[in-house]
Design a protein around this ligand. Structure first.
Ligand SMILES: *Cc1c(COP(=O)(O)O)cnc(C)c1O
Length: 466
């Protein structure tokens, strides 16, 4: 499989190349040159497979040319063997219509483990093959950081520099990052919001003073391999509920538009998805973009769902590229306008294309708490605030009543114990596999949010590419 940049002028790469690249050199994001497509009977034949095997079937078209199926299988079995549930992503029924897809049984209790446990192993494999060194720089609103650090801590050939917005991630999230003391792990708290941290990271990818000396890699969902791994659980859930004979809807708590873009990919691959509901909190740029075409960033409002406290959703660019006829030059122009104004209008093609598959709902803090109470009181399920936003959206979206809706349960409630306790009066316990997080020593540096300081910090500590 070949990959092209959404902005049309970066080199075409193979799967190994995009996995190690992160952001494209023209500032765009890599997408497959074309979508592989499964016929209904091929999808039907995937029913009943163990998760790792399903992952091989769904991902093999994307990794072709860089990994054999047996190599991919070995990586999937190792990655999904770290999960604490045999089903990897079990489906739980709430009522006659609503289901939860529990994506939080990995080592750091959020859905990001599903992709990052695989990505860490892909890095190690490709780097040892080339005898090269990778410097990962990332920004996290909380969960990517811990999942990425768990996935690469102690691995050969990789250093990770992870920026989190100081004071804006939960204690559990921060400690899951800062108590990992492997020498290749560097935690940085920066003054500012997640968007500020992400802007610094994005600049590092296109800064020649770094890229000439270091191979800079990404673990954020700008990395294609992450989205690819997330496509698998849409297939897993839909197959459980009767696909390909039956259409399924998904409600996805959304921040950077990565998880829901994976759902879009699943639909493009032939999975019968009736609707993808984009669930946002009050940081609702995506809701505004999808409902009125207005993609304009405001100020970030901190909420109980910090992983969704995002105004600029990187992966939305991938959707706009695909819906706008894959015209890299036109999209580069549109994105330059957005970068300058922090605002743009979607084109008619983009709006109409999105309307066919996407719906969107914005949840207030009251909506979120009410969804948590409904799930606890009516179904005996304790939800984290992100999942609750998804469930609120699922229960209020305007949709054919015969279509089952799967809400992606993106984090374990114990990652956000204060918010859960405020909503339902019950404090969720951390699963014992997480260990003694609150007794361990934390290690991180605090830096101002300005670009030069962070760049110099990384340049002083990273290992040059060979
Ligand atoms: C990262 C995250 C999200 C948002 O996912 P995106 O792929 O950025 O849209 C939602 N919920 C939780 C718990 C997360 O960690």
């Amino acid at each position: 499989m070949k990959y092209v940049s959404t902005r049309g002028s970066a080199p075409v790469l193979d799967f190994e190349g995009v996995t190690l690249a992160g952001l494209a050199s023209d500032g765009g994001l890599y997408v497959p040159e074309e979508w592989p497509r499964f016929a209904p009977d091929e999808i039907a034949a995937m029913a009943g497979l163990p998760y790792a095997e399903l992952a091989v079937r769904v991902m093999a078209p994307f990794t072709a040319g860089s990994l054999t199926e047996d190599e991919l299988r070995a990586l999937c079995e190792a990655a999904y063997g770290t999960f604490a549930h045999e089903a990897v992503t079990p489906l739980v029924q709430l009522d006659h219509r609503h289901h939860l897809l529990e994506l939080f049984h990995g080592p750091t209790l959020a859905f990001k483990d599903v992709a990052l446990q695989l990505l860490g192993r892909l890095f190690e494999r490709f780097l040892s093959q080339r005898d090269d060194h990778l410097t990962i720089v990332g920004a996290t609103s909380g969960d990517t950081g811990s999942a990425a650090i768990d996935a690469v801590a102690g691995r050969e050939g990789v250093d990770i520099f992870m920026l989190h917005p100081r004071g804006r991630v939960s204690d559990v999230q921060r400690r899951q990052m800062t108590t990992v003391h492997a020498p290749n792990v560097h935690n940085i708290a920066i003054h500012g919001s997640f968007d500020d941290a992400q802007a610094v990271v994005k600049r590092m990818f296109v800064d020649p003073t770094l890229t000439e000396r270091f191979r800079i890699g990404a673990v954020n969902s700008i990395n294609w391999a992450r989205l690819m791994a997330q496509v698998v659980y849409y297939f897993a859930a839909a197959l459980q509920l009767g696909a390909p004979q039956r259409q399924i809807a998904f409600s996805v708590p959304t921040g950077n538009f990565g998880d829901v873009f994976a759902g879009y990919v699943a639909a493009r691959m032939g999975l019968p998805i009736k609707r993808l509901i984009v669930a946002t909190n009050v940081n609702d740029i995506l809701h505004r973009a999808l409902s009125s075409g207005d993609y304009s960033a405001g100020e970030v409002t901190p909420t109980d769902a910090p992983s969704m406290d995002i105004q600029v959703s990187s992966n939305f660019e991938r959707l706009l590229f695909d819906l706008g006829g894959r015209d890299g030059a036109a999209l580069a122009e549109q994105m330059r306008g957005f970068d300058a104004e922090r605002a743009m209008q979607l084109t008619d093609n983009q709006r109409e294309g999105a309307a066919g598959l996407f719906a969107s709902v914005r949840a207030t803090p009251e909506d979120t708490a009410a969804a948590m109470r409904w799930a606890a009181e009516r179904c005996g399920e304790v939800l984290d605030p992100h999942t609750a936003i998804g469930l609120h959206a699922a229960r209020t979206a305007d949709l054919d009543l015969a279509v089952p809706i799967v809400t992606l349960a993106t984090a374990h409630p114990a990652k956000f114990p204060d918010a859960v306790e405020r909503a339902i009066g019950q404090r969720p316990d951390l699963p014992s596999r997480i260990g003694n997080l609150f007794d361990l020593q934390e290690r991180y540096d605090t830096l101002p949010g300005d670009y030069d300081t962070v760049r110099d910090y990384v340049a002083e500590r990273a290992t040059p590419s060979r």
